[in-house]
Design a binder for this molecule. Structure first.
Ligand code: C5P
Length: 402
C-alpha cells in the first residue's frame, strides 16, 4: 500500500548520532510513494554524508543556503515551496530552539521560517538536554505554533545514559508521517472501541476464550486516532501493542472477562461513536472454582460446568444511545452463511444503525479482511484489504453519519 503516494517531503537533518536511523527512514518514505528531498545542517554531515542520502533518495542534497545549484540562489524559498511537509529528523535541541524563536541563520532554520507547509519535528538528544527547562519551553512553543512533535522516547542513548530523548525508530516515524496525512474527519469527536476476546475463568488457572486476535479493533483505534478523534480502547486479553503507542494518545483499558468489559464500557458513555469489535463470550462459568480444580480430587468424575449468560455490551450501549442520541453504535459479526440476511437481522435485533460483517468464515488473526457494511436501507462491500486500510474506509464512512 503506497500511503504516501505523490507526497513531497523535505527531510531536514540536523546534527545528532540518531542521523543513522534517517537513512532507513528515507528509504521507507520512498517505498510508501513519497518524493524525498534531503537538506542537511553542516553538523549533520559529520554523522551521515550527503553522498549516502543522495544515493538513497536519488536527489542532490542541500547543505548551504548559498548553494548555487538553485537557479535563483534562494534555496530556502525553493525547497520549502516544493514540499507538502517538512520533516526534521533528527531535530537537535539547538535547531528546535532556533525554530521556536524564529531565528534563520542557516539553510534549515531559514527554510522553516520561510515555509508555507506544515512542519513535523522528531527530537533526538541526550536526556539532560531534553529535560532542560529551556528545551521543554521550546517544545511547548513549537506545539503552540502548530508544529507536530513526534517522540522522543525513553531508552538507552548513544552517550551511554538511559532516559528520555532517544529518537523514534524509522518505522515509528514513518507511521507518524502516514498518520499526519490522514484526513482529520473525526476531529473533536470521541470514539470508544472494544477489541479482542474475553476470558471466562473456570478456576484460577483455566478458562474459556476465543480466537479473536484484536487486530481489527486495534486497527480501528489507529484509524480513529489518525482521523483526529480522542480514542478509548477497551481490550480483552491480547498481545498487541497499543497503536501509535509513542504518541501516548490512545487511552487503553485492559480487561479480562465480559463482565469487566461491560463495566468499563458503561462507565464511559460520553463517546460519539462506539465500535463493538470485541468477540465477547456469550456465557461465563457460573460455578467457577476459587481454587484450582484438582484432577485427584475430581477422581473419575469429570467436572460439570454450569453457564450463565453474560451481559450484551453492545445492546446495553444501544439502549443508552436510544435515549441520549449517542454514541452512534457499530456492531461486528462473523457469519458463515447467508451473510447479508443474518447480518441485517442482527443489526435490527441489536437496535443499531450499522453492522459490519466479516466476509469469509475465519478471519481471526489475519492481517486482511473483507467486509459487508449493513445499514437500514443499504449495504456495501469493502473489498479485501489490510485491516488498517479497511478501518480508514470505515472511519470516513462513519464521519458522514455523525
Ligand atoms: O450477539 P453476537 O455475538 O452475534 O453479536 C456480535 C456483536 O455484539 C459484536 O459487535 C460484539 O462485540 C457484540 N457483543 C457484545 N456483548 C456480548 C456479545 C456480543 O457487545 N455479550
Amino acid at each position: 500500500m503506497n500511503s504516501l503516494q505523490g507526497k513531497k517531503i523535505l527531510l531536514a537533518m540536523s546534527g545528532g548520532i540518531a542521523a543513522f536511523k534517517v537513512a532507513e527512514l528515507a528509504r521507507s518514505l520512498i517505498q510508501e510513494g513519497a518524493e524525498v528531498q534531503v537538506a542537511m545542517s553542516e553538523a549533520a554531515t559529520h554523522f551521515m554524508t550527503p553522498v549516502t542520502m543522495q544515493a538513497l533518495t536519488g536527489k542532490p542534497v542541500y547543505v548551504s543556503q548559498w548553494d548555487a545549484r538553485i537557479p535563483n540562489n534562494m534555496a530556502h524559498i525553493e525547497l520549502s515551496r516544493q514540499a507538502d511537509v517538512i520533516l526534521i529528523a533528527p531535530a537537535s535541541a539547538d535547531l528546535m530552539a532556533k525554530i521556536s524563536l524564529g531565528l534563520a541563520d542557516d539553510l534549515i532554520s531559514t527554510i522553516c521560517l520561510a515555509k508555507e507547509c506544515p512542519l513535523i519535528v522528531v527530537p533526538a538528544m541526550n536526556k539532560q538536554m531534553w529535560d532542560n527547562p529551556a528545551t521543554q519551553r521550546n517544545v511547548a512553543q513549537l506545539d503552540k505554533d502548530g508544529v507536530t512533535v513526534l517522540g522522543p522516547t525513553s531508552g538507552s542513548q548513544a552517550c551511554g545514559e538511559n532516559g528520555m530523548g532517544r529518537m523514534l525508530e524509522a518505522h515509528q516515524i514513518l507511521e507518524g508521517v502516514i498518520s499526519f496525512f490522514q484526513e482529520k474527519v473525526l476531529k473533536g469527536k470521541k470514539v470508544l472501541i472494544t477489541a479482542g476476546p474475553t476470558y471466562e475463568a473456570i478456576d484460577p488457572v483455566r478458562g474459556i476464550t476465543n480466537k479473536s486476535s484484536g487486530k481489527m479493533g486495534f486497527a480501528l483505534a489507529q484509524a480513529a486516532l489518525e482521523a483526529g478523534a480522542e480514542v478509548h480502547l477497551i481490550a480483552g486479553p491480547c498481545h498487541l501493542n497499543t497503536p501509535l503507542e509513542f504518541t501516548g494518545k490512545i487511552q487503553r483499558t485492559n480487561v479480562t472477562s465480559a463482565k469487566e468489559m461491560h463495566s468499563a464500557v458503561m462507565s464511559d458513555l460520553t463517546a460519539d461513536v462506539f465500535f463493538s469489535v470485541a468477540a465477547v463470550a456469550d456465557w461465563h462459568v457460573k460455578n467457577a472454582s476459587a481454587q484450582k480444580i484438582k484432577k485427584e480430587v475430581a477422581g473419575s468424575n469429570t467436572p460439570t460446568l454450569e453457564f450463565e449468560l453474560n451481559p450484551d455490551i453492545l445492546a446495553s450501549v444501544a439502549e443508552s444511545a436510544a435515549k441520549n442520541k449517542k454514541p452512534y453504535c457499530v456492531g461486528f459479526a462473523a457469519e458463515t452463511n447467508d451473510l447479508e440476511r443474518h447480518a441485517q437481522e442482527k443489526r435490527i435485533k441489536k437496535n443499531i444503525p450499522m453492522l459490519v460483517a466479516n466476509i469469509g468464515p475465519d478471519t481471526f488473526g489475519l492481517d486482511e479482511n473483507e467486509l459487508l457494511v449493513i445499514e437500514e436501507s443499504s449495504s456495501q462491500r469493502f473489498e479485501k484489504a489490510d485491516k488498517l486500510h479497511l478501518s480508514r474506509q470505515l472511519i470516513r464512512l462513519i464521519s458522514k453519519k455523525i
